[in-house]
Design a protein around this ligand. Sequence first.
Ligand code: 2HG
Ligand code: ZN
Length: 440
Amino acid sequence: MNKYHGRSTTVLRPRNTKEVSEIVKHCNERRIGIVPQGGNTGLVGGSVPIKDELVISLGNMTNIRSFDDASGILVADAGCILQSLSDYLAPHDHIVPLDLGAKGSCQIGGNVSTNAGGLRLLRYGSLHGSVLGLEVVLPDGTILDQLTTLRKDNTGYDLKQLFIGAEGTLGIVTGVSILAASAPQASNNVMLALPTFDNVLPLYREVKRQLSEILSAFEFIDRRAYDLAVKHGQGRALNESDVEGAECFVLVETSGSKREHDEEKLNTLLENLMEAEPSLINTGVLASSPAQFASLWAIREGLTESMSKEGKAYKYDISVPLHKFKEVIDTTRDHLQSKGLMRDDAVKHVVGYGHVGDGNLHLNVVADAYTPEIESALEPFVYELVAKYKGSISAEHGIGVMKTHALPYSKNAVSIEVMKRIKHLFDPNGIMNPGKVLEL
Ligand code: 2HG
Ligand code: ZN
């Protein structure tokens, strides 16, 4: 993000849980603040020190502890890179039930700690469901071993859930037990160009109805976001004639167990969509080869990088009702215009993309530079808009340091008070990722 900067002098890279425990115990006794760090791909500054905290990087802990190909249960060190886990599971016909654009560098411990959502949550659900157990070093150095490999374990408080999405404020996740999914035998995708945003919802209904159990992703990209991805060379652009007049795009993925069956369903879907009066889509580009499948995904997965290449991106990762996606983007743009901030390219673009199936919009405001004027025009404006629609100010990226002040837009006072009590119970000295999730 190039937005958050601390003044740490020290990074430690422990090789095993015992070393993490010893470091944390030492820090707790001396009241030294700690920032646990995975792949450092977060977007809200959760893994970046605020002051002079000690950074504990998990990157040296990369052992796969066990995998059972009958149950699909994988147990791995927190520092395993998501892509390496996928590569490990591939010959065993399994996949990690989580997929992100950052898969080449994000780590499973960070994914769990931030409760990362990603591109296939629609199909495989959230980590609150697929994580079966965790090993965590608590802020006093105690190792909490909850690394169970049981599908069912209904024995009182489910402690692991507290650490999923705690962003390292309650302890450091050092090991993860996760339920891998069977690898689909056939995957396909299609990029649909839509004449108007109003068609997204009816399209989603239709796609769900017709593709049913093989639908694995339904991603929304608005026109400006698509154009920026193309400009910055992400994936191969669709033909000019195919995208002419399109207001937005939807990338649909299917994952099933029989190619002919899935292809038949997809082709029938496309025919029905084209024949409908009025047609819900301008056109659909169906991947005809693994290379094209990857290229269509590259457009979607490359959006974040395109925003960064284009300028400084203010990112609002919000949950709002699906039919409000466009309104949120347009209202924000109008607001910045009325403040005179779209003049001289101070703000260059206001774009939206996201996970329709999860009601999660990524509103990106790309500016020439991060400035106090733009920030004060955006906040609390965007958060008030989200609160008005009873949405969430963070659908999947977490709170980090970016949104601690905005927590009350999504959580009531009683909830925040309970969160503070939990934080105090685990970390009475406040050494664990201080200033993240909850304000200092
Ligand atoms: C995505 O869905 C990520 O691509 C990043 O959550 C979102 O760049 C963003 O704002
Ligand atoms: Zn996302």
